[in-house]
Design a protein around this ligand. Sequence first.
Ligand code: PLP
Length: 415
Amino acid sequence: MSSSPIWHPFTQHGLGDPIPEVVRAEGAALITAEGRRVIDAISSWWVTTHGHAHPRIAAAIAEQAARLDQIIFAGWTHEPAETVATGLRAIMPAELTRVFFSDSGSTSVEVALKMALGYWLHRGEARHRILVLEHGYHGDTIGAMSVGARGAFNRAYEPLLFDVETIPFPGDGCEQATLDALERACSAGAAAFIAEPLILGAGGMLTYSPRTLREMHAICARHGVLFIADEVMTGWGRTGTLLACDQAEIAPDILCLSKGLTGGAIPLAVTMAREPIFAAHYAEDRARMFFHSSSYTANPIACAAAAANLAIWREEPVSDRIADLSRRQGAALASLSDHPRASNLRHLGTIAALDIGAAEGYLSDLAPRLLRFFREQDVLLRPLGNTVYVMPPYCIGNDDLARIYRIIGRALDEV
Ligand code: PLP
């Protein structure tokens, strides 16, 4: 084991694997302390949309840090937060009139759940059951874990997690079973249904159709069950459109965004809500306000990065880059389709995934062996069980993308 005192997340220190030190990053490249150039094939845990160290985001952070670094956000405001909120209102579904800031994808989900429960309490209806989609992942805090899939990675915390009702995943040919289960659960009364739209990330890059998403949303609307779209991974163009919900032409009641909100440079999240959810929390009665904050809510430096991200979306051809990367990802993935060990090839926007060999659990030893192989080949890829996925920054060049798929091809042969 290394002599560093650092306890890393989702890392089995007992395996004794080296932990490379990164000293610099630019575009889709990471430079290690040893001077190696590593291709970031997963956008550093799905956050880096425009590429590392985008000059406009870096400049916005530096400028803001020198002007106003931090200010309490309970009852105070600042220009970067106002710019971000107004900018989001302009490009997100018009029904989502309110923007609540937090710091990570997990907290944006906690906030969404608390908003939903608050809404029903203040309306005088006793609804607190949360419906969730099978194989979902929404983060690692207690509430976010409660609404996510249960497994080896949260077994120790099971006694802390609250009960939810799980709706089966709409796999190929099972869409109707999903819709029927959701209809039954909604008619029995529920506060909210939370789902990752179109693709479940950490659950294994599992896709389902816009039509199913649209029908799930319609069922919730019919029963007055709040539809929470967790677009923490899918937001900011990952699935080919700004939001995955756009492909189903739906507006959720509550929307969670993080990761690409700052272009992936610095932590920030928002939970956007429809006006009635906001309005239910406000009256003369002080006991009704929304009881949630953290010390750094809407940190000005993070908001300046998010404002720069919004400006990049407005002023640079981001959609063209996404369309181009989506096309290149599809073609590159197809090059592996004949390999006898590759199965279940799937591609949605800028995300491509395949399974290697037979299904293995999240904690099988295939994933660490693959991880080691990819690291030795200077490619940052982090398989989920036997699923290998590629989700690079939108600026990745043809040579780097080709190299990623060459290395995956070699892993199919050798690992
Ligand atoms: N929701 C989804 C869909 C995610 O993919 C993630 C993280 O991968 C989260 C929530 C949690 O976000 P964070 O890791 O920023 O807390």
